[in-house]
Design a protein around this ligand. Structure first.
Ligand code: ZN
Length: 366
């Protein structure tokens, strides 16, 4: 009997998710590196027991490294402390023209450090609405929600930071608060709150998505190298579903040659290896070899993501010797779910399960 009991526990623990969805997510809206010392705050809101109803306020740092809430019309300080917690009166707090669910914590650390402690469902809804355009289909919204929920359950309540560019790194997702959320997004997220992506009876340890793959996705290992090793379920699939994306066609941008050469210590780099989809995996700068993904990140950070939106890139001399021409296809790193492809599949009648199965063929959804 005892052995049967143990077997039952083993069976249950191998099926049940090992993690629980956190109740709230802490999103870092500003840290000290953003060098923000002043931000607008619109009523109504609450600090401790006091309700503020008088229009527009300023949150700013003081000479004594404190945070103060300053009333613009009356020109006076109303609250001053090292840390201030702002609570909603209605369903949202309006900060810098954006509305946020949950509460806002502000700390002075020379500059303002602002975090938003947001209920998990509000967070997922905002990520879906910030990542995907408003005309996208329900099933594409649901597919992205399942990936976000899978990721959240694994990182738990630890801090996350909204992405400021189209690059989806391992940690950050686009989050722009409540204005990204429509009733349709709320209903789509609500319908998949209990669903997760599984691989071999465990929740997928890492999930990735990007805007458009422009022909095919790549394996995590070929793009992230060491960081993608062991993530066998993140393999490349052919995808011609993202042809409606503005990034399907090759983009070409001239960038200043001098700045380009400075980035590579004065040596013109050569793409040595590409994966089957044409994403550079190894770039040589003289005898030095660098991962193609790292070079793409450097190019994007230096010249802006508009110059090289996709990881399927190359570069060459321009006809004008003052410039180097950067060419790229797709948008994002090209691993995991292709958002524009997911939307086209949804238009063709595929469910979110079928869409996830297409981009993660070895995974299960339950
Ligand atoms: Zn695609």
């Amino acid at each position: 009997m005892k052995s049967l009991f143990c077997l039952l526990i083993l069976l249950v623990s191998s099926i049940a998710p090992a993690h629980a969805l956190p109740r709230t997510v802490t999103v870092i809206l500003k840290d000290k590196n953003d060098h923000c010392d002043k931000i607008s705050l619109v009523s109504p809101f609450r600090v401790k027991d006091k309700t503020f109803n008088n229009g527009k306020y300023i949150l700013q740092t003081t000479d004594n490294n404190e945070v103060e809430i300053f009333q613009i019309l009356e020109r006076k300080t109303l609250v001053k402390d090292r840390t201030i917690e702002i609570l909603p009166v209605t369903n949202a707090i309006k900060l810098n023209e954006r509305k946020y669910a949950g509460s806002i914590k502000v700390r002075a650390n020379k500059y303002l450090e602002i975090t938003n402690i947001v209920p998990v469902k509000d967070y997922v809804e905002s990520v879906v609405g910030s990542e995907l355009p408003p005309h996208f289909e329900d099933e594409a919204y649901k597919a992205l929600a399942v990936l976000t929920l899978t990721r959240l359950e694994l990182i738990g309540a630890s801090s996350t930071r909204p992405a400021t560019s189209i690059v989806d790194t391992t940690q950050y997702e686009n989050y722009t608060g409540l204005q990204a959320v429509s009733p349709r997004i709320k209903s789509c997220v609500g319908s998949v709150m209990a669903k997760r992506l599984f691989y071999n009876a465990h929740q997928a340890p890492k999930v990735y998505y990007h805007s458009a793959c422009a022909g095919g996705t790549s394996s995590a290992e070929s793009v992230f190298g060491e960081g993608g090793r062991g993530l066998k379920y993140l393999k490349g699939v052919k995808c011609n579903f993202c042809q409606e994306s503005p990034f399907w066609k090759e983009k070409e941008h001239n960038v200043p040659r001098q700045k380009f050469m400075t980035l590579f210590a004065g040596k013109f780099p050569t793409i040595e290896k590409q994966d089957p989809e044409g994403r550079p995996t190894l770039v040589a700068i003289n005898s030095k070899k660098i991962s193609g993904y790292k070079v793409w990140l450097s190019l994007g950070r230096t010249f802006g993501w508009g110059a090289v939106p996709g990881n399927k890139y190359n570069f060459a001399d321009s006809s004008d010797p003052k410039f180097v021409v950067l060419r790229s296809r797709g948008a994002g790193h090209g691993v995991g779910l292709c958002q524009w492809g997911a939307n086209e599949q949804a238009k063709q009648g595929k469910t979110y399960r079928e869409i996830l199965k297409f981009y993660f063929p070895d995974c299960q959804i339950r």
